[in-house]
Design a binder for this molecule. Structure first.
Ligand code: ADP
Ligand code: MG
Length: 618
């Protein structure tokens, strides 16, 4: 019998190893965003197509790479971030294993373009299946652009394993949120299939939270901040009254890295105990920073888990920091935040250094702090609020962007999509400015701040939606009587449906009369609707109504209004005259919720001139 063991060919071994790091488009998103952060970028742009299956591209204005480094970066275990094993214990960068780019190159087609600011020429490298196809000098903006195309083109089994676009996109948005929350001083953009989903300007953490989750949160955030020699915590928790039924926006970061920890989550939840009803979840975005030597860095980077040297201390610290914050902002009835007795016995926590400290610990408005690593816990008088000022700086006027009404919409995560959009002041279109149509889809005009780009269809759909809603709320729309009523005959099931909808349709401008045995007479149509005069329109409407997204639970009337708005709005691709554009913009500006489409997407983008400047690295 011959021997059985063989060495795997390099490319197969590579693909297997790569699969550990790059499991789906979102893994590449995470790695590429982190590399951009590590490279010191101040502006990072993420572009995805087909939920990252066909393209994930990250463009940064970071330090770039030399031609040799550019080539080296795709080798396995090639990293500029650690040199010796000791470095592992003081690592502050997001990456350090040197696996990400090698993995991406093993399972996709990759194009790298990079230039260091001081070099005149940059480097272009095309690589696929771990093999370099092309490397040449090229012109490039300072920084790095890495495009990963056709993920798993060479590993069909893995490609088939990917989930639906909506599911993959949700994961991408999650990774984007994690990195952008961790680095609010970096501007991030997310563009999916040509649509700007997020444009996050640099700012402080509070601003970033509001940009991501909506302006509704601005007044509902309580700052958390405790500083000690051993570890720091900072961030925000939502006020108890803002807690929601779904466990959504809860984020922990340790040394800038997003982690999942049921244990620390428990610490926060216990601080909220008694303040929120069962089965509701407060928002939190909390950053713990500590000496990297205190955490086990060897946990695999894609696992989002972490091991602390002394978990219980961290638990106690998080719990009391959150309690303290809630107390400080008078959202809890009392100021005392006693530690769990078990935890109090831990040496690191429970050793007041002197009798004096012991007495001061008993005095009213005090808060605890760990002063020495693994050593004493000392009590200092009065909260030190100085560091919190930054978090409380007022925000530039921003309009409510997140609206609960849209939270169940069919976008992968309508809430995540809802970006903080600037005040509708941006929608003020002065008489002397003539709007321009771009791609027969966008209305663009100059503003004092920069330019505004309105999506004609999403905007008009919003306008119609609000008009129809108002109609059902008691302002019936005018009906244009038809000279020659149209007779409509429907299959029995549809006829029953039509019969049910007649009263609502009447209010919405359609005058329908029952005409016996599954047939109807259309007597009038909305007077401001062009070409609504034939029976086909109302049959189509019925069709859309029937096939209305079943994953959305909404009332009959909401379904009807949404279907009708979707049908009646001006579509992308239709030519608009200047007056029509103006009307859409003006009507949008008067909407109650001008910033979001009915499905929760942005209706317009306020492209401030500093954003334009940044695109040209000015
Ligand atoms: P790691 O981040 O763990 O070092 P990667 O495979 O992600 O490994 O990247 C390899 C190396 O390529 C990095 O150490 C860094 O030197 C370089 N690199 C990767 N992305 C960028 C970027 N966007 N800008 C500058 N250098 C980069
Ligand atoms: Mg990396």
């Amino acid at each position: 019998m011959s021997d059985l063991i063989q060495l795997l060919p390099d490319n197969i071994a590579n693909q297997i190893a790569a699969g550990e790091v790059i499991q789906r488009p979102a893994s590449a998103v995470k790695e590429l965003l982190e590399n951009a952060v590590d490279a010191g970028a101040t502006h990072v742009r993420l572009i995805v197509n087909d939920a990252g299956k066909s393209l994930v591209q990250v463009i940064d204005n970071g330090k770039g790479m030399s031609p040799t480094d550019a080539r080296m970066s795709f080798e396995r275990h090639a990293t500029s971030k650690i040199r010796s094993i000791d470095d592992l214990f003081s690592i502050r960068t997001m990456g350090f294993r040197g696996e990400a780019l090698a993995s991406i190159a093993a399972v996709a087609q990759v194009e790298l373009r990079t230039r260091r600011a001081d070099d005149t020429l940059g480097t272009f490298i095309e690589i696929e299946n771990s093999r370099v196809r092309r490397q040449e000098a090229c012109a490039a903006a300072p920084g790095t652009s890495i495009a990963m195309k056709n993920l798993f083109f060479n590993v069909p089994a893995r490609r088939n394993f990917l989930k639906s676009n909506a599911a993959e996109m949700k994961q991408i948005v999650d990774e984007f949120i994690h990195v952008s929350l961790a680095f609010p001083d970096i501007a991030f953009e997310l563009n999916a299939n040509g649509q700007e989903i997020f444009m996050l300007q640099k700012g402080n953490l509070k601003q970033r939270i509001v940009q991501l989750f909506g302006n509704g949160h601005a007044a509902k955030l309580v700052p958390v901040g405790e500083h000690t020699d051993y570890l720091d915590i900072k961030g925000f928790v939502g006020k108890p009254e803002a807690a929601r039924k779904s466990r959504g926006d809860q984020y922990f970061f340790v040394n800038g890295r997003f982690i999942r920890s049921a244990y620390l989550n428990h610490a926060v939840m216990s601080a909220f105990q008694g303040l929120i009803p069962e089965q509701t979840f407060p928002l939190y975005v909390l950053f713990i920073d500590l000496d990297p030597a205190q955490i086990d860095i060897n946990v695999h980077p894609t696992k989002q888990e972490i091991k602390f040297e002394d978990e219980k201390v961290v638990y106690a610290f998080v719990q009391s920091a959150v309690r303290h914050a809630l107390a400080q902002f008078s959202v809890t009835p009392s100021l005392d935040f006693e530690l769990d007795p078990g935890i109090q016995q831990l040496g690191a926590v429970s050793r007041p250094t002197s009798e004096e400290d012991r007495t001061s610990a008993g005095n009213g408005r005090l808060f605890q702090t760990f002063t020495q690593k693994h050593e004493a816990w000392k009590v200092e008088p009065s909260g030190n609020l100085s560091g919190w000022k930054d978090f409380y700086r007022p925000l530039p006027a921003a309009e409510a962007a997140f609206h609960p009404e849209t939270s169940g919409a069919d976008a992968p995560s309508a809430q995540a999509y809802s970006q903080a959009t600037p005040a509708p002041a941006a929608l003020r279109l002065p008489d002397e400015i003539t709007p321009m149509q771009v791609q027969r889809s966008y209305i663009v005009f100059d503003t004092p701040e920069g330019m505004v780009v309105v999506h004609q269809q999403l905007a008009h759909e919003r306008v119609i939606y609000e008009r129809l809603t108002a109609a059902l709320d008691g302002k019936p729309l005018p009906v244009q009587r038809l000279l020659f009523p149209v007779s409509i005959t429907l299959p029995p099931a549809d006829a029953a449906l039509m019969q049910e909808l007649i009263p609502e349709l009447r209010v919405l401008g359609y005058l329908v009369e029952a005409g016996g045995q599954d047939s109807f007479l259309l007597q009038g149509t909305p007077s401001d609707l062009k070409g609504g005069g034939d029976g086909a329109e109302i049959e189509n409407l019925l069709e859309s109504y029937k096939h209305f997204n079943p994953s959305l639970t909404c009332s009959r009337r909401e379904k009807l209004v949404r279907s009708m708005a979707a049908r009646q709005c001006i579509k992308a691709g239709s030519h608009l005259a200047a007056e029509e554009m103006r009307r859409i913009v003006e009507e949008l500006a008067t909407c109650r919720q001008p910033t979001l489409s009915v499905g929760g997407l942005p209706t317009y983008v306020n492209w401030r001139s500093d954003r334009l400047d940044a695109m040209f690295f000015r």
